[in-house]
Design a protein around this ligand. Structure first.
Ligand code: URA
Length: 209
């Protein structure tokens, strides 16, 4: 059974506040999303398995620990999910990166896959899906579904801000996955924006409107 983790580390909360501020410009916004992704990844990797090795220091042999070779994959949902990738792979440079592109069908309003490119061994990797905003949950649910359909088994979802509606929808559709968020907000408005949120994450990351 998956869990929802809310990262209350003071640095994450401080940076998230600046990210939310409408007066924060594109450059600072992008840098802060990157930093928060790194800090969240630091917390997420806390439980990675270790193994003991011997290493020669300049003066003696030390028994020391290294990561036990768990393979990771980072899967941004296009396009805003891209903003979190660099911050994650800074800590886990061996991670492979896949991409999932979804658009909303104007008739059914459901997300439809238009692009997918994944590491060939996703069944063997722990996959972290990134999307800064978990709003209705539609895109995240579809992206996770796309990974499961292609053999993904260990999947988690990493977002900056989530609405309770999105968390519930993802939990219901994919009860097995962990959800990592920096902020759990109040609600969605009638246009599907998270309140108070931070506005449109893609536009703020890429300077578009
Ligand atoms: N996507 C965003 O970028 N912002 C929201 O508030 C909701 C969805």
């Amino acid at each position: 059974m998956g869990k929802v983790y809310i990262f209350d580390h003071p640095l994450i909360q401080h940076k998230l506040t600046i990210i939310r501020d409408k007066n924060t410009g594109t450059k600072a916004f992008r840098e802060l999303v990157d930093e928060v992704a790194t800090l969240m990844m630091f917390e997420i990797t806390r439980e990675l398995p270790l193994e003991e090795v011997e290493v020669e220091t300049p003066v003696a042999t030390a028994k020391s620990k290294v990561l036990a070779g768990k393979k990771l994959g980072v899967i941004p949902i296009l396009r805003a999910g891209l903003g979190m990738v660099d911050g994650i792979v800074k800590l886990v440079p061996a991670a492979k990166i896949g991409h999932v592109g979804l658009y909303r069908d104007p008739e059914t309003l459901k997300p439809v896959e238009y692009y997918i490119k994944l590491p060939s061994d996703i069944n063997d990797r722990e996959l972290i899906v990134t999307d800064p905003m978990l709003a209705t949950g539609g895109s995240a649910i579809e992206a996770i579904h796309a990974l499961k359909k292609r053999g993904g088994k260990q999947i988690s979802l990493m977002c900056l801000i989530a609405a309770p509606e999105g968390v519930e929808a993802v939990k219901e559709a994919h009860p097995d996955i962990n959800i990592y968020v920096a902020g759990l907000d109040e609600k969605l408005n009638e246009k599907g924006y998270i309140i108070p949120g931070l506005g449109d994450a893609g536009d703020r990351l890429f300077g578009t409107k």
